[in-house]
Design a protein around this ligand. Structure first.
Ligand code: IMP
Ligand code: MG
Length: 173
């Protein structure tokens, strides 16, 4: 309980970036619809804000995955806790994730989703920690690149806390 949170990206900067991403996505998917695949729980805050900034028809669904490993690092062994309620066959799927760290979780998930025959499959992440990458995952839409620090807020947690912070902060132990 002794950790502190230092602001890294302000609420205004996060919101401006999401508006930019939404505009770019709306342009790229013009004449099509997009299926936002939100990764629980961290991706929820980002997904809902992003969805509001997209002007093409949007549908969305949720998946919950867990990767075994130490508290702050994923192992690459991914378990699907909650699968989609709907089929993605023939749809333009945009996976929306809070942060790509080692890339292991998304590498596994994207491979799994490919086999379900979507029309297209892309990845949108609010944050990217490229220094930490272990699995080669391409982020099609990226909010911010950040250094190798553990961040919280805007959906992201430390020990299930801080998801509700309206800005992004670094946890200082
Ligand atoms: P990866 O498989 O290492 O890319 O891990 C991705 C997942 O780990 C993200 O979806 C987050 O849930 C979590 N994660 C990675 N880095 C952070 C962080 O700095 N803060 C909060 N969660 C993180
Ligand atoms: Mg996550």
């Amino acid at each position: 309980m002794s950790e502190k949170v230092r602001e890294l990206i302000s609420e205004a900067d996060v919101e401006a970036k999401i508006a930019e991403l939404g505009a770019q996505i709306s342009k790229d998917y013009e004449g099509e619809s997009v299926f936002l695949l939100c990764i629980l729980k961290g991706g929820v805050f980002f997904t809902t804000e992003l969805a509001k900034r997209i002007t093409v028809p949007v549908s969305l669904d949720f998946m919950s995955v867990s990767s075994y490993g130490a508290e702050t690092e994923s192992s690459g062994v991914v378990r699907i806790i909650k699968d989609l309620d709907t089929s993605i066959e023939g749809k333009n799927v945009l996976v929306v994730e809070d942060i790509i760290d080692t890339g292991r979780t998304l590498a596994y998930l994207l491979e799994n989703l490919k086999h379900r025959n979507p029309k297209s499959l892309k990845l949108c992440a609010l944050l990217d920690k490229p220094e930490r990458r272990v699995s080669d995952v391409a982020v099609d839409y990226k909010g911010f690149e950040i250094p190798d620090e553990f961040v919280v807020g805007y959906g992201m947690d430390y020990d299930q806390k801080y998801r509700n912070l309206p800005y992004i902060g670094v946890v200082e132990f």
